[in-house]
Design a protein around this ligand. Structure first.
Ligand SMILES: Nc1ncnc2c1ncn2[C@@H]1O[C@H](COP(=O)(O)OP(=O)(O)OP(=O)(O)O)[C@@H](O)[C@H]1O
Length: 226
């Protein structure tokens, strides 16, 4: 039987004594695109951060390729293929586009591989090359979001977690981000997109979950692009 890339069983997580996630279970296969929907404060960020090792689970198990990830540090999880793109993108506005991309590189020991990946991303997202020496602060919101995703892709993740990626984007920018998520999934990356509600940028036919009072429920597929 095919093993899920990510398997979450009975996960509880939160802050201090307060549980935000309660008994969350789901699984995700390589090459799938999943949406986690929920209103402000539902716990979407908490869930993605727990998967990325940035919030410690209180109970339950998170497995990657069947291996328990609970005690792994965020850097280990990154090395194992989990990349998280935060809600506010966390770019360095005064640094160039290229330098923002290279902030993803922790060790400079494999320069040809780093250059090769930066080149590949530049072919996929031409503005990365065209604006390489421009400061990230001068990019549009859509470009900033794509740069944040490209930075995460520098580590060639198998699981990409996008936290509210369509926030403050114009519809055409949101479509480009959605298109990139779809392409990555088709190429074999598992992509999770957390957002407040189904939007036109979210495509039909994908896995959709809803966070409700700390529980993760299967939801109707988000509306088709219009
Ligand atoms: N570091 C923290 N310490 C304490 N409480 C927190 C912390 N981070 C988030 N919370 C609380 O946890 C709850 C869930 O927050 P979370 O950011 O996971 O929700 P969300 O669904 O991502 O919301 P949004 O759509 O606004 O980003 C909220 O009540 C929030 O106030």
């Amino acid at each position: 039987m095919r093993m899920p890339l990510l398997q979450i069983d009975s996960l509880a997580a939160g802050y201090g004594k307060r549980d935000i996630l309660d008994n969350v279970s789901c699984s995700l296969f390589a090459g799938s695109l999943a949406y986690v929907l929920g209103p402000c404060g539902a716990g979407k960020t908490t869930l993605l951060m727990a998967i990325a090792g940035l919030v410690r689970p209180k109970r339950g198990v998170i497995r990657l390729d069947g291996e328990d990830m609970r005690r792994k540090r965020p850097a280990d999880l990154l090395a194992r293929g989990i990349a998280y793109v935060p809600h506010n993108r966390l770019l360095f506005s005064s640094l160039s586009v290229r330098d923002n991309l290279l902030t993803a590189v922790w060790r400079d020991t494999d320069r040809p591989r780093i250059e090769e990946q930066a080149e590949r991303l530049g072919e996929r997202l031409p503005f990365l090359k065209a604006c390489a020496h421009q400061s990230a602060g001068r990019l549009t919101n859509g470009e900033r979001q794509l740069l944040a995703i490209a930075r995460a892709l520098m580590s060639r993740p198998r699981l990409l977690l996008l936290d509210d990626p369509y926030d403050e984007l114009m519809p055409i920018e949101a479509e480009r981000v959605a298109e990139l998520g779809g392409q990555l999934a088709q190429e074999g990356t598992a992509v999770v997109i957390a957002q407040r509600s189904a939007t036109p940028a979210a495509c039909a036919g994908e896995h959709a979950y809803r966070l409700d009072a700390g529980r993760l429920l299967r939801s109707e597929a988000p509306a088709a692009a219009s």
